[in-house]
Design a protein around this ligand. Structure first.
Ligand code: ZN
Length: 135
């Protein structure tokens, strides 16, 4: 698929705008992944340096600065996972394996890819995994 195809392909039929971490609305799915990765990496490095800057001074209970730090750390982990997911998706694209569920090998629905361009599993496998987690 070339860029022109991706941009004009509006057959995703999504019920509304979907937002990813950066608050950006994604329509084209894979054409945006490279940009997404750049943004996530930028967020990671700024968070990382913010976290590196502050010394780990003694923990005061309920200190908002510490809570903030914990949140930043959690966010940093999420961003790293996200970056890894995007990197994986990009390399899958390079290998022409993009959009194939790594659990069952079926192709992932384009609607799902439009919302979660870096997903590795189809909706069925994702749901199966979710219910495992809950149970
Ligand atoms: Zn699957």
């Amino acid at each position: 698929m070339d860029l022109a195809d991706a941009e004009t392909g509006d057959g995703c039929g999504l019920p509304g705008p979907f937002r990813l971490a950066g608050g950006r609305i994604v329509k084209g799915g894979k054409v945006n992944l490279g940009t997404e990765l750049d943004q996530v990496r930028a967020q990671i490095s700024s968070l990382q340096s913010a976290l590196d800057d502050k010394p780990d001074y003694g923990l005061g209970e309920g200190d908002p600065a510490i809570t903030r730090r914990e949140l930043d750390r959690a966010l940093l982990e999420q961003l790293k996972e996200r970056a890894a997911g995007i990197e994986h998706a990009l390399s899958a694209m390079a290998d022409d394996e993009y959009g194939v569920c790594e659990q069952c090998g079926q192709s992932i629905h384009p609607d799902r890819l439009a919302v979660l361009p870096d997903t590795r599993t189809c909706i069925r496998c994702a749901r199966a995994r979710e219910s495992e987690k809950v149970g």
